[in-house]
Design a protein. Structure first.
Lengths: 113, 116
């Protein structure tokens, strides 16, 4: 079946602009995660959704970052007033059982110029 | 807090030889452990997991890993490496008793290079 999809695959934006990154989880998966992968920081957890609620937002680096999930499916990660340090690959993952393995999408490469 | 260490940035092995990629972890309770592989410009692909039971777990593409509680390790192994195994490997841990939902904490990754 279809895996986790993310769009866009690449995004180049100017410093100070807002961006939206989209994640479409595997159908039926109730848990959804956002991670960030950058050269200096490795793979960092950002936020976790169970259904439409976010029990754990502890990894969001600043209040410029927000995320929502609607209909228990698609999620959007929004970064306001982007900074150069936001440049990274943003990965989304989903799972049917939050206790076990997560399935990752291909990521969105964000470059802030 | 949970953490994972992958002490080797890179592992080099000749095709046909056995390979080991090391991982150690720290959690307050009993860990859930995972290995993922990442090929260039791709997302992470799940290889195998340890939740409970047999300490030796088998996964995709002939990989296996051994959970060692006393050494807090979960090393990834393969009896005979292939050039196509060359990729970036991540170990991850989840502490089910941590109260921090189900987030995974990843190691820094180990690049495996298999040569002919």
């Amino acid at each position: 079946g279809a895996g986790v999809s993310q769009s866009p695959s690449n995004k180049v934006t100017e410093k100070g602009k807002d961006v939206e990154l989209r994640c479409d989880p595997i159908s039926g998966h109730t848990a959804l995660y956002w991670y960030r992968q950058s050269l200096g920081q490795g793979l960092e957890f950002l936020i976790y959704f169970q259904g439409n609620s976010a029990p754990d937002k502890s990894g969001l680096p600043s209040d410029r970052f927000s995320a929502e999930r609607t209909g228990g499916s698609v999620s959007t990660l929004t970064i306001q007033r982007t900074q150069q340090e936001d440049s990274a690959v943003y990965l989304c993952a989903s799972t049917a059982d939050s206790r076990y393995e997560q399935y990752f999408g291909p990521g969105t490469r964000l470059t802030v110029t | 807090a949970q953490s994972v260490a992958q002490p080797e940035d890179q592992v080099n092995v000749a095709e046909g030889n056995p390979l080991t990629v090391k991982c150690t972890y720290s959690v307050s309770g009993n860990p859930y452990l995972f290995w993922y592989v990442q090929y260039p410009n791709r997302g992470l692909q799940f290889l195998l997991k340890y939740i409970t039971g047999d300490n030796l777990v088998k996964g995709s593409y002939g990989f296996e890993a051994e959970f060692n509680k006393s050494q807090t390790s979960f090393h990834l192994k393969k009896p005979s490496a292939l050039v196509s195994d060359s990729a970036l490997y991540f170990c991850a841990v989840r502490d089910p008793d941590s109260g921090t939902a189900s987030k995974l904490t990843f190691g820094t990754g180990t690049r495996l290079q298999v040569t002919l």
